[in-house]
Ligand binder design. Structure first.
Ligand code: ATP
Length: 198
């Protein structure tokens, strides 16, 4: 279980987040909808361990997020809106995947990753194709929780539906928990088990 407990955060003087509480259980999708600038991405970074809360804590399976990293790899993966930013442009796609581990044929087939894409460079794939690799990488590694920040915002409706269908299938099967952040309330209503509106 991933627990965000009484988390508060400010970049400067203004408290952007104050006493935020949220729980994500294995296999569960929590939707987070809120106005622009309300701190959703900041909360995503805190949950994934990229930012340390000023107050409160993130507890993952009874361990405080960010502690003892040598022994326990981070079980939370952040899926960005812009997959190209998280990939080394000098690696072919098969190397991008290998970094996370050995891809199972199930993950590649559910995400509809074509064999011929594996020999390409990131610059030779579309945004939607790259997003499939970002997801594959997150699902191959040992992540137990995914934080998806506007994961499919740059895709057309058909690609968006296909990707969500694949991800939900794999998450439920492998009992991965997810925080899905979006401006698209209708999408969140469709994919979430619980929806939080700020
Ligand atoms: N590194 C930073 N230093 C100072 N202020 C920041 C920093 N990062 C974000 N902010 C500010 O914090 C506020 C919240 O940003 P955040 O990206 O968390 O919001 P958001 O709800 O995800 O917005 P959006 O829906 O537009 O993506 C914004 O006003 C932003 O300008």
């Amino acid at each position: 279980m991933l627990e965000i407990k009484n988390v508060s955060y400010r970049y400067e003087e203004f408290w952007l987040l104050k006493n935020v509480n949220l729980v994500i259980r294995p296999g569960e999708v929590i939707g987070l909808f809120g106005p622009s600038g309300s701190g959703k991405t900041t909360l995503a970074k805190i949950a994934a361990g990229y930012l340390k809360p000023r107050e409160g804590e993130v507890i993952i399976d009874q361990r405080i997020q960010g502690t003892n990293r040598e022994k326990h790899p981070n079980p939370v993966q952040l899926i960005w809106q812009h997959p190209e930013k998280s990939m080394n442009p000098r690696w072919r796609m098969k190397e991008v995947l290998k970094e996370a581990g050995e891809p199972s044929s199930e993950i590649l087939s559910v995400l509809e990753i074509k064999e011929e894409w594996l020999n390409r460079w990131p610059s030779e794939l579309s945004g939607g194709e790259l997003q499939r690799f970002q997801l594959a990488r997150a699902l191959i590694s040992t992540s137990q929780y995914l934080i998806a920040d506007e994961m499919t915002a740059m895709l057309d409706a058909v690609s968006q539906a296909n990707i969500w269908h694949a991800v939900l299938h794999l998450m439920k099967k492998h009992q991965i928990g997810m925080l899905a952040i979006s401006h698209d309330k209708r999408l969140l209503e469709m994919v979430s088990d619980r929806l939080i509106c700020w």
